[in-house]
Design a protein around this ligand. Structure first.
Ligand SMILES: [Fe+2]
Ligand SMILES: [Fe+2]
Length: 299
């Protein structure tokens, strides 16, 4: 089977199995076909994308409460499902990308399938199945801005997956503190596997960027507001995780300088981070009583 055929079946599939079943045999990539930018995925009815306000995720502090922990695990499964779909989406959107980039995307996609399955299986311990709660489409809403392989890795690998290095570590620690060692080990294992995904983005940023730009300049230049470097970190910033993912000390320092995003509210018009800018991007406006940013766990 061709890689693009498999990717199309994942994005358009309307069952969970269609999205989470690895290919039966090695895929070929001889005919990637024309660029195809699908606007939305096929989904079973119980996993239809709902407005964010209907799919709120508890804050990380909720891990101490089993009911809230189950909702966080459900959200984590949803993020993994979107990751599966988005990597398949990118394979369809960028048929002219380097074959090694496309092969790398497939490897990550296969790991995201296992992540989604593991979170979904863990839900059973809480009397839930994946799809029992409403799910949002956070990643899918970003696809109009992902207009090149470089923009894709800057957003997915070096921002969302980077932030999830912190989130997963935090959730693992909180699950352990709550006495849920099984969930703790699950978050920790997925954190470990996500290091490779961030490393993939780092390597391709180096290969695809303008050689006159620094890594940080190129990264900033290929994010589209409201996504910005501050989105690439969690509350507890792990320098060690970034080192293990292969990021340079300079880049890690720039990320660490970014303010943690603590509020969630409609974005105001703001300038994009410009190449050459080394300062942290503007902090989000603080609203009185504004809700804390939702947890985003593991991709
Ligand atoms: Fe993942
Ligand atoms: Fe990932």
């Amino acid at each position: 089977m061709e890689l693009s055929t498999y990717a199309l079946a994942i994005v358009q599939g309307d069952t969970l199995d269609a999205k989470l079943t690895p290919p039966a045999a090695a895929l070929t990539d001889r005919a990637p076909g024309p660029a195809l930018r699908l606007e939305a995925p096929g989904r079973p009815p119980n996993l239809a994308i709902r407005p964010g306000r209907l799919a709120r995720v508890p804050r990380a502090q909720g891990m101490s409460d089993p009911a809230q922990r189950a909702r966080i695990l459900h959200a984590a499964a949803n993020h993994e499902l979107q990751a599966v779909e988005l990597f398949a989406w990118a394979l369809l959107a960028f048929p002219d990308a380097p074959p090694r980039w496309r092969r790398g995307l497939l490897c990550i996609l296969l790991e995201e399938q296992t992540h989604c399955r593991r979170y979904a299986e863990r839900l059973a311990a809480f009397g839930l199945a994946f799809g029992d709660l409403p799910v949002s489409g956070y990643f899918w809403h970003k696809t109009p801005t992902l207009t090149s392989p470089l923009r894709f890795v800057c957003a997915m690998s070096l921002t969302f997956e980077s932030a999830n290095l912190d989130h997963a570590l935090d959730l693992a620690a909180r699950a352990r503190a709550a006495g849920d060692e099984t969930s703790a080990q699950l978050f920790a294992r997925i954190h470990h596997e996500e290091l490779r995904h961030v490393r993939f983005g780092w390597r391709w940023l180096a290969r695809l960027k303008d050689p006159t730009h620094s890594m940080w300049q190129a990264y900033c230049a290929h994010l589209t507001y409201p996504v910005r470097p501050a989105f690439a970190r969690g509350a507890a910033f792990s320098v060690e995780a970034r080192r293990r993912a292969g990021l340079s000390e300079d880049f890690i320092l720039e990320l660490k300088r970014c303010p943690e995003i603590v509020a969630s509210r409609p974005e105001r018009k703001a300038p994009r981070c410009q190449p050459g800018a080394s300062q942290a991007p503007p902090a989000e406006p603080q609203a009185r009583g504004a809700p804390k940013r939702n947890v985003r766990a593991g991709t």
